[in-house]
Design a protein around this ligand. Structure first.
Ligand SMILES: *Cc1c(COP(=O)(O)O)cnc(C)c1O
Length: 397
C-alpha cells in the first residue's frame, strides 16, 4: 500500500474551487447572465488599481457585470445617447437624476401631467431636503416661462403627459430651459426609444438627460421593473454614476437578461400595439357615451400638431372621457365588466389593461369634466378588444 503523495482536497472545497474550465470560443448572440456581488481579482495590485468609474473592468456586482454593461450600451444606442445607467425601476431612475443634480435651495419644474409618483417624490422627499418644485402647465408656454427663477436647476418634460396625454411643444419647452442654462430631463417612457429622438429634436435642440421606464416597452413582458438614464455628456454621467454608487441601486442579472432578450422585438411590438390602439381608439371615438378620446395621434387631441411635428408612431396608450352625468359606480361597473382587458397599472405588456382615474384628484386644473379611463393596448387582436369594449360599454347605458 502506498501513501497518497498529495493531501486529498475535501469534497466541500472541491465543489467550490473546481478545476474545470469550459472551453473558450462559445458563440451566441445572447449575452451571458453574469451574477456577482463579489468580483474576483487576480492579485492585490489589480484589486488596488481597479477604478469602478472607468468601466474598463469589474470591481463589484453593484457597479456592473458583462450583462448590465451590455444592456447599458444597447439602451444608450436606443435613446441616441452615449452613456447609460440602470436603476431598479423607472421611478428609481427619476430619483437618481433628482438626487444626482439637485441640492438644498434648488428648484425643480415638473409638468402638471407628470407621472404621478414623480410628483409625489418632489412633494415629500425632495421638499424635506429643501428642494422645492413648481408644477407648470406644459400647454401654456407663457406660464412655463414665468415659472423659471434663479433657483431653477432642472426641468422634467413628458411628451405626451401621463394619463391625460397632452403633447406639448417640445422644442419650445427645451429651448426656454436651454436659454436659461437649466438642465432638461426627458421622460421618454411613452416614446420607448422608437417614436421620438430626444437628443435630436431639430433646430440643434437636444435634451440633457433621457430617462425611460424599461419596465414598459423595452421589457414588454409586464414582468420586470427597471429604469434607465441616458446622457451624451460625460460630466453629467459622472454625477449619475456617483449618485448610483452612493445609493446602491443595482439591477439583477436575470432582470437585465430579460430586457436584453426583449430588445430585438421592441420596434415590432411598439408598432403592433400602436396599430391596434389606433383602431380601438377610432372605434371608441364614434361610440355615443365616449365624449373624448385622448390619443395624441388623433386629430383634435390636445397637442396633436406637436405630436405630428416629431412623431409618426405612438405608444399603444390612450384615455377616454365619458359623460360626467353618469354616476361613478357605472364607470366602475364598465371596468369590472371588461373581460379581455385586465385591471392594473403599468403598460406595454402583452395584456391589455384598463384603469379608471379621478380627473379632479389628478390635475391642478383639469382640462376636461367627466370620468377618465386609461387603456393600455396589448398584443391581442383588435377585433377581440373592440368586442370586449362593446359588451362592457352596454353596462354604461
Ligand atoms: C411607469 C412609468 C414610470 C415609472 O416606471 P416604474 O418602472 O413603474 O417605476 C415613469 N414614467 C412614466 C411616464 C411611466 O409611465
Amino acid at each position: 500500500m502506498s501513501e497518497p503523495t498529495e493531501p486529498i482536497t475535501p469534497l466541500s472545497t472541491q465543489l467550490i474551487h473546481h478545476d474545470y474550465q469550459p472551453p473558450d470560443g462559445f458563440g451566441s448572440m445572447q449575452v451571458g447572465v453574469y451574477k456577482a456581488s463579489t468580483v474576483i481579482f487576480p492579485n492585490v495590485a489589480a484589486l488596488r488599481a481597479r477604478d469602478w468609474r472607468s468601466r474598463a473592468g469589474y470591481t463589484y456586482g453593484l457597479h456592473g457585470t458583462p450583462t448590465t454593461f451590455t444592456l447599458e450600451e444597447r439602451i444608450a444606442t436606443l435613446e441616441g445617447g452615449t452613456y447609460c445607467s440602470l436603476a431598479p425601476s423607472g421611478l428609481g431612475a427619476i430619483a437618481t437624476v433628482n438626487i444626482a443634480l439637485l441640492k438644498p435651495g434648488d428648484e425643480l419644474l415638473l409638468p402638471d401631467n407628470v407621472y404621478g409618483p414623480s410628483r409625489e417624490m418632489a412633494r415629500s422627499l425632495l421638499a424635506s431636503w429643501g428642494i422645492t418644485h413648481k408644477l407648470y402647465d406644459p400647454m401654456d408656454l407663457r406660464a412655463y416661462e414665468a415659472a423659471f427663477s434663479e433657483r431653477t436647476k432642472l426641468v422634467w418634460i413628458e411628451a405626451p403627459g401621463s394619463i391625460t396625454m397632452e403633447f406639448p411643444d417640445l422644442r419650445a419647452l427645451v429651448r426656454v430651459a436651454r436659454e436659461r442654462g437649466v438642465l432638461v430631463a426627458f421622460d421618454n417612457t411613452w416614446g420607448g426609444g422608437i417614436a421620438l429622438r430626444p437628443f435630436d429634436l431639430g433646430d440643434g435642440l437636444a435634451v440633457d438627460l433621457c430617462m425611460q421606464a424599461l419596465t414598459k416597452y423595452p421589457s414588454g413582458g409586464g414582468d420586470v421593473l427597471m429604469g434607465s438614464v441616458v446622457t451624451r455628456e460625460r460630466a453629467l454621467n459622472e454625477k449619475l454614476l456617483m449618485a448610483h454608487m452612493r445609493l446602491g441601486t443595482g439591477v439583477g442579472a436575470n432582470d437585465a437578461e430579460l430586457v436584453l432578450r426583449s430588445l430585438p422585438s421592441l420596434e415590432l411590438r411598439y408598432r403592433a400595439q400602436d396599430r391596434t390602439a389606433r383602431r380601438v381608439a377610432a372605434w371608441l371615438r364614434q361610440h355615443p357615451v365616449v365624449k373624448h378620446v385622448l390619443h395624441p395621434a388623433l386629430p383634435g387631441a390636445p397637442g396633436h400638431e406637436h405630436w405630428a411635428a416629431h412623431c409618426s408612431d405612438a405608444a399603444g396608450l390612450f384615455s377616454i372621457i365619458v359623460d360626467p352625468a353618469l354616476p361613478a359606480a357605472r364607470i366602475d361597473a364598465f371596468c369590472d365588466g371588461l373581460r379581455r382587458f385586465k385591471l392594473g397599472y403599468s403598460w406595454a405588456g402583452p395584456v391589455s389593461l384598463a384603469v379608471p382615474y379621478d380627473l379632479k384628484a389628478l390635475r391642478n386644473a383639469p382640462r376636461h369634466d367627466g370620468h377618465l379611463v386609461r387603456f393600455s393596448i396589448g398584443l391581442e387582436a383588435a377585433d377581440d378588444l373592440i368586442a370586449d369594449l362593446d359588451q362592457a360599454l352596454r353596462l354604461l347605458r
